[in-house]
Write a protein that binds this ligand. Sequence first.
Ligand SMILES: [Zn+2]
Length: 521
Amino acid sequence: MIYFVLALILLHTCQAIPEFNDINILVVTDAHSWISKHIHDDHDPSLNADYGDIASAYLQLQSLAAESNSDIFLLNNGDHVEGSGLSDASVYTNGIHGYDIFPLIAMMPFDALNIGNHDLYDNSTVEYMTGESGFVDGWNGNYLTSNVYNATTNDNIGNTHTILKGKNSDTSILVFGFLYHQTDACTAVNVEDPADTVNSPWFLSALQEGIDAGVSAIIVLSHMDLKDDNVYVLQDAIRGYSDQIPELENIPLQFLTGHTHYRGWSKLDDYSSTFEAGHYLDTLGWISFSADPTSPTWFDFQYIDANLEELYNFTGTTEDTFDTDLGLSISSAIEATVDELGLRAILGCPPQDYSLGTSNSLYDLYMQQIIPLSVLDVRTGTGNTPWHLSSTGSLRYDIYEGEFYYDDVFAIAPFVNVFRYVADLSGEDLQTVVDNLSQTSNDSPIFTGLPKYVGGPDDIDPTLFYDLFFNDYDESYIVPAVEAVVGEDVVVVNWRDDSGADDFVDTTLCWAKSIPDLFPC
Ligand SMILES: [Zn+2]
């Protein structure tokens, strides 16, 4: 028994130095601004590595790889913002998601980056990335947006593709950066359906350019699920062009996916696979394979926890030898920004955990206490019962017993959506709306075990009349559902939608305002 437990512990904590192959890639996806270490006990082993440590791990592996004339590439698959105060606290100072974080990400030694859907919800974020911050230009052509265009100029936001060359070997890779067909992006951009993009002349030319340059593999950064339909569309298109470029039939083809926030790998054909490496910097993904197009590719992949001990083991270093100058400078810049933004200020002391799952549910707390305390506490004047409905993609992180930090507000509710309502719905109609919405799908990527929509604070009474509250992200799903049931257009009223007012709340601020009263220390 003792040996069994020991074996489990060893399995859990040991990562051997990887074997290098022709193509070696480290990948981070869906960091959502979790570039500082996790301070709550939310993972085993603890996630005590930050972006500076990821940079050090990469540089340490690069030196190891150089000894065997191999190369490694560090790639990022997008969704940089929306998830912690480092990205989102600035919304309350200058209105821009990402204002503080893009300069920090710019310090990272990424070889290429993709764009994510969350980077595209606000015009101000896109304008900041592409404009004054110099973020996109700073990557010198390696910020990839194969199917995302500036809506005004119709130019790609970044580059369509790039060829990365190894430093120690003659390995090179052709890299694309695709986003799923996002239809709710901000007006500053147009996202093209990947099924159309693959028919663009530039796509075939890029493949030809790669083959002419002698690339050893094609990497498709894909901000979409591991098995999204578009993965197959892209695979079919690339393999299909082998009628014009024969090398495309067997060239190793690796999809680096994301968006759905889990770990997974799947083989697509003898020479291609798809790999997703977690979220919130819980995972540094490793994938490595041979560039030999004459025999089926063996893909070696690993999920390395963003845990210092695991990074030491994976890079063959120790606490004393792991750090690099670049890594240390990134870590200290991150910590300085955390301090500047006051993200470690303690707002309250919850007596228990509240989770995104079905027990001790965070959504129960949201519906029964947070919303009634901060949104429904002032009456609309109709005399109706106020009731709130939310999709279950709205909340993103658990509450932990103990200390609740200002940063936790943004981890739980990063989206800063405002509240609106529709007045005078009968209880019967409201129940039908909720039932109908529960049948439909939304694009919430978070698996919570909960229905797609939850409401409260109480069960619906069919004999009462209600004012139905929702946030402006859910509005585009909820209002059509209401109109379908009542059979006519409805009036949507803004609720405290004036950020200058003292009693203004949005989906993020309602937590900051309620937690100190609910959970005093
Ligand atoms: Zn994401």
